[in-house]
Write a protein that binds this ligand. Structure first.
Ligand SMILES: Cc1cc2nc3c(=O)[nH]c(=O)nc-3n(C[C@H](O)[C@H](O)[C@H](O)COP(=O)(O)OP(=O)(O)OC[C@H]3O[C@@H](n4cnc5c(N)ncnc54)[C@H](O)[C@@H]3O)c2cc1C
Length: 368
């Protein structure tokens, strides 16, 4: 039986860290949370949460506050470059009994998670050293302070310092896409999640509530352009559907290459990784947040049920790895299709694209 007095440090107050803090509190622990940013950073960006994110947030009793935010998305439509429909997925049907699919502002999601963390987050505190020992973990902070914990949860993102310091793995590899994100006020009328598929590039747009549209675009490659908005306009000139209207309305865009990780193990002694620190992938399936919240739910349940911390960390990893692998593998499957010439790919998608895309979520319909 693991005592609720366990000293737990959660490193990082992103989606994974805040969800872990909430899940651990609900399980009776009192985690400390540190975040290297000086304050929560407002983000204008959007995020799409498939139904399994809603289910995991329900486990954390956070689905209520979320229900008032963003917009429920009932349908995914896939279009060819000229804007003609290739196929669609009925999201309400696919995720029936699991949860709603929702697009919302990242800041709104962050606020819900921060409110739900159930204790203070110490901002402006960066972890500098992590030394897993036999009976605990010694942590040195950037200001030189040193503390010992019974458990350290590394929720510090794809470039996790905890992962490196605890000898669990180095930097992520580039997944092979450059991703652009922006939000448009007004713009064309878009009611569904709509993806326009080109070759080696795609453009996705969805309503995120408040009359705003969230758009996400990507191209194969790893080089970040000097002028992302100009590159976006050049790359997607000639695309149909909602793309021209969105490009006209877009004023600002963020760009970054995507990361991917495949670690040999997720824990070392009493240090464990959750979220992107453990299993970052390209965001093709929009599973990053869902996976992070599911990790938190499973980790807290394993600690509550475990005889020892080490056993609980093993149980967590055994349970979560197949799902992380599924997301990585299906992400690869979907990303491979971007390099297939549309003349070959589009007829297949017209015939059975809806079924193929639904299949990518098959395992994720099951409980985490
Ligand atoms: C372009 C793009 C689009 C995406 N779209 C979606 C989407 O639509 N839906 C979806 O579900 N997912 C999406 N994702 C993925 C999703 O954003 C991530 O999976 C998710 O944010 C991971 O959360 P995290 O908490 O694990 O990591 P992060 O969000 O990276 O949070 C880590 C936190 O740890 C802090 N930190 C780092 N180092 C330290 C340290 N040494 N000490 C203290 N604190 C530290 C950081 O400041 C940060 O706040 C997208 C990703 C990208 C790149």
């Amino acid at each position: 039986m693991i005592q609720s007095t366990l000293r737990v440090l959660v490193v990082g107050a992103g989606i994974a860290g805040l969800a872990a803090a909430r899940a651990l509190r609900l399980a009776g622990f009192r985690p400390e949370v540190v975040e290297r940013l000086p304050a929560p950073m407002p983000s204008v960006e959007g995020i799409f949460l498939p139904g399994n994110a809603d289910r995991a947030l329900r486990h954390l009793e956070l689905d209520g506050p979320l229900r008032r935010l963003g917009q429920v998305i009932e349908r995914q439509r896939f279009l060819d470059v000229s804007g003609r429909q290739l196929c669609e997925v009925d999201l309400g049907g696919l995720w029936a009994g699991v949860g709603d699919c929702r697009a919302l502002s990242r800041s709104d999601l962050h606020e819900v998670l921060l409110d739900g963390a159930g204790g203070p987050v110490r901002h402006g505190v960066e972890v500098y050293e992590v030394r897993p020992g036999r009976y605990g973990v010694s942590v040195v902070f950037a200001d030189g302070a040193e503390e010992t914990y019974d458990l350290v949860v590394g929720a510090d993102g794809p470039r996790s310092a905890v992962r490196t310091l605890a000898a669990l793995g180095g930097p992520p590899r580039l997944a092979g896409q450059v991703a652009y994100r922006g939000v448009v006020d007004g713009g064309p009328e878009v009611r569904d999640w709509v993806a326009v598929l080109g070759q080696r590039a795609g453009f996705l747009v969805m309503p995120m509530g408040g009359g705003r549209l969230y758009c996400y675009a990507d191209e194969s490659g790893t080089e970040v352009p000097a002028d992302p908005l100009a590159r976006l306009r050049e790359l997607f000139a000639g695309y149909g559907g909602p793309v021209p209207g969105v490009l006209d309305a877009l004023r600002d865009v963020r760009v970054a290459p995507t990361d991917e990780l495949d670690l040999g193990r997720w824990s070392h002694g009493r240090v464990v990784l959750v979220g992107d620190a453990a299993h970052a992938t390209a965001p093709t399936l929009s599973q990053g947040a869902a996976m992070a919240v599911e990790d938190a739910v499973v980790l807290a349940a394993a600690l509550r049920a475990g005889e020892s911390v080490e056993e609980a960390l093993r149980a967590y990893e055994v349970r979560r790895r197949p799902r992380a692998k599924w997301v990585r593998d299906r992400t690869h499957d979907r990303d491979r299709t971007r390099n297939v010439p549309p003349a070959l790919r589009d007829p297949v998608l017209r015939g059975r694209g809806g079924r193929i895309f639904q299949q990518h979520y098959r395992l994720l319909l099951e409980p985490a």
